[in-house]
Ligand binder design. Sequence first.
Ligand code: SF4
Length: 367
Amino acid sequence: MRWVDEFRDPAAARRLADGIATAMTRPWTVMEICGGQTHTIARYGIEDLLPEGLTLLHGPGCPVCVTPLEIIEAARALALRKGVVVCSFGDMLRVPGARGDLLDARSRGGDVRVVLSPLDAVQLAARDPSQHYVLFGVGFETTAPATAMAAELARRLDLDNFSLLTSHVRVPPAMAQLLSDPEGHIDGFLAAGHVCAVEGLADYPAIAARFGAPIVITGFEPVDILDGLLRCVLQLEAGRHEVENQYARAVRADGNPAARATVDAVFEVVDAPWRGLGVVKEGGLAMRSSWARFDARRRFDLTVAPADEPTTCRSGLVLTGRLLPTQCPEFGRGCDPDRPLGAPMVSTEGACAAYYQFRRSAIEERA
Ligand code: SF4
């Protein structure tokens, strides 16, 4: 299949891996920011192809994983209110909050429905005025446009029984925060192609220049990842720190202006909490005051108080690349996809789930 097969070609992957080995004269550490990239790396055994001196760190780019516990608690509290229906993507249902997850809220009588699109939640509300429908909208810049469209549609339909509980986050500020960590040791980044397909490249040159770190935007196939790593290593070896677009088949320099305009109409940039990273300056989006009528936080006067991560789960360390999933004492023991202790084991983009699914040998070695 065109656009897929050539990016999964073993010979091309081998050539790129050889190129990385040839280019390297000293060790380097590169973080891939996105959980989709992490899954490709684990699924295709990319780390096994790389020279020893190239260390990959897995970043926080899993939207479910970085959603703060307190937002999940707020969604649970809403679901348990009489006359309120919480609509969510399916992968959020099993993500633990401070006291349980949305499935648990459902088992206690809460009304939680799975939707495949934010617009489905609007349709549910339009068909059933007897209940209030809350769309639980989380994710990166990639999903924010669809959430914003749901708000716009609800306003156009003049729905009084629809609102949004959102936790959308912005990736470039989180990358800057990771690079500014004095204990961190990231030499370069593979940035997420789908985020850039919406946002474009404008945020990245300043980050690359400020921290002296190359940033290569990649796709999600094995050849994309290896090509991105080769470009990153070549820059590092040459002492360059530029922004390169490896994913030109999907990413334009100016991204998707129409999607950005939709987001800007509904959301404003705010400092925001990320699970694992704490509050990230300008790291999130909040609904503008002009949309208060559709903002569940305002409408239900929700108090979203910070909550602490359970100490058994090291997801904060995993999400910041300071711990590999296999280095967590609970990995494959007290925590697996059937009994997840933390979000990175739940989500299809979580690093712990990726290692559990594709790095079985690591689990067997621990048995
Ligand atoms: S393996 Fe489980 S307990 Fe450990 S960090 Fe990952 S999600 Fe948390």
